[in-house]
Write a protein that binds this ligand. Structure first.
Ligand SMILES: Cc1ncc(COP(=O)(O)O)c(CN[C@H](C(=O)O)[C@H](C)O)c1O
Length: 345
C-alpha cells in the first residue's frame, strides 16, 4: 500500500536527481581525506553556514553528540532547553559519551529566556561544575517546529560570549527556520559556534547531517567522530545526495510550511481536535486530541487502515510532519479520514 506518511520528515526518500548523482559520484577513502565528493559537500556546507569548516556525519544525533564531546570535558555542566532533542531523544548520550550533566531550562515554545540562561551559568565555587556549553535548537521539534527569534539567539549568544562559553545549535531544521524568518541561514548560524543540520530530513537526502564550525573545532570533532566509528570510506556516494539537497531542496520548504498550516486549520475544524496555531510556523503540527476520547496511539492505528501514518503515543498528542512527498491532496485525504474515524466514535 502506498502510504501518506506524516510521521516525520526523516521518512523522505532521495529524489531521482540524488540517485543519479549517487551513481556517478567520484569517491575515495574519506579517512585519508581523499573522497572528493565528501570534501565538496563539506566545503559547500561551511560556506553556506558562514563557518570556517564542516564535517559530514552519519546522523543528526551523531552530529550533536560529537559536538558536545568536542566542546566539553567530563564533569562539566551544559545548559539546554528541557524538551530539546539532545535531552529527549539521544539516549542519554551526553552523559555516557561526554560525561557531562544537564542543566535544563523550561522554554516557552522551545525558547529559553536569556535571563534563565544567565542565571544557570555556574559561578566559580568549589561545589560547582563548570558550565562549558549552551545548546539551542532551531526549529524546536517538541514545541512543534517553532522558530527561535534571532533577537533571542543573539541575546543568549552575547551572554555566552561574556562568559567565554561556546554555543551549539541543533539546527536539524535550520533551513525551515530560515524560510520562516525569511533570512539567509548564515543569519541564524552566526549566533552559534557549532551548527548541526540535517540533510536527511526536509532536504530529502537518504543519510547524513553536517557539523559546521571553526577549523580547530572541526579538526578536534573529526577525532571524536572517528572514535564513534564515523570515519567513513567512500562516503561520496552519500555526500553526492547531500550536494543535491543543498543545491535544490533548501528553497522549496515554504510549500511544506503551507501544507502544515492547511492541515492545522483543517484539524482545528474537526470537533475534539485542538492545534495552537501560534506554534504552526514550519512543517510540524502538534495536535491535542484529548477531547476525542482517543489516544494518539489509537488514532494512528485507525489511520493505518486509511493508508496514513502518523506518530501518536499513549497520551493525547499527535504529531504531523509535512515534507516534499506530502502534497495538498494528501492533506485533504488525511482530514477526511480523521473526520470519518471520529464520526464512528
Ligand atoms: C531537532 C532534532 N535534532 C536532531 C535530530 C536527530 O537526527 P537523526 O539522528 O535522526 O538524523 C532530530 C531527529 N528527530 C526525529 C524526528 O523528528 O522524527 C526523531 C525524534 O529523532 C531532530 O528532530
Amino acid at each position: 500500500m502506498e502510504y501518506i506518511d506524516l510521521r516525520s520528515d526523516t521518512v523522505t526518500l532521495p529524489t531521482q536527481e540524488m540517485r543519479d548523482a549517487m551513481y556517478k559520484a567520484l569517491v575515495g577513502d574519506d579517512v585519508y581525506g581523499e573522497d572528493p565528493t565528501v570534501k565538496k559537500l563539506e566545503e559547500m556546507a561551511a560556506d553556506i553556514m558562514g563557518k570556517e569548516d564542516a564535517m559530514f556525519v552519519t546522523s543528526g544525533t551523531q552530529g550533536n553528540q560529537v559536538s558536545v564531546m568536542t566542546h566539553t570535558h567530563h564533569g562539566n555542566e551544559i545548559i539546554l532547553e528541557e524538551k530539546c532533542h539532545i535531552i529527549t531523544y539521544e539516549v542519554g548520550g551526553i552523559g555516557y559519551l561526554s560525561g557531562v550533566q544537564a542543566k535544563t531550562i523550561r522554554g516557552i515554545n522551545g525558547i529559553m529566556d536569556p535571563k534563565d540562561v544567565l542565571n544557570s551559568i555556574r559561578t566559580d565555587d568549589i561545589h560547582f561544575p563548570k558550565t562549558s556549553l549552551i545548546c539551542l535548537e532551531n526549529t524546536h521539534n517538541k514545541a512543534g517546529g517553532t522558530v527561535i527569534p534571532l533577537s533571542n539567539m543573539k541575546e543568549i549568544y552575547e551572554i555566552a560570549k561574556e562568559h567565554d562559553i561556546p554555543v551549539h545549535l541543533d539546527g536539524a531544521r535550520i533551513f525551515n527556520a530560515a524560510t520562516y524568518l525569511n533570512v539567509d541561514v548564515k543569519e541564524i548560524a552566526r549566533y552559534a559556534d557549532s551548527v548541526m543540520f540535517c540533510l536527511s530530513k526536509g532536504l530529502c537526502a537518504p543519510v547524513g547531517s553536517i557539523v559546521a564550525g571553526s577549523k580547530d573545532f572541526i579538526k578536534k570533532a573529526r577525532k571524536y567522530r572517528k572514535m564513534l566509528g564515523g570515519g567513513l570510506r567512500q562516503a561520496g556516494i552519500l555526500a553526492a545526495a547531500g550536494i543535491v539537497a543543498l543545491e535544490k531542496m533548501t528553497k522549496r520548504l515554504a510549500e511544506d510550511h503551507e501544507n502544515a498550516r492547511l492541515l492545522a486549520e483543517g484539524l482545528n475544524n474537526i470537533k475534539g481536535i485542538k492545534v495552537d496555531m501560534s506554534t504552526v510556523q514550519t512543517n510540524i503540527v502538534m495536535s491535542d486530541i484529548s477531547a476525542t476520547g482517543l489516544t494518539g496511539a489509537q488514532l494512528s492505528s485507525k489511520l493505518l487502515n486509511y493508508g496514513i501514518k502518523v506518530n501518536g503515543g499513549n497520551d493525547y498528542a499527535v504529531r504531523f510532519v509535512t515534507h516534499y512527498y506530502i502534497k495538498k491532496d494528501h492533506i485533504d485525504k488525511v482530514l477526511h479520514a480523521i473526520s470519518t474515524i471520529l464520526k464512528e466514535q
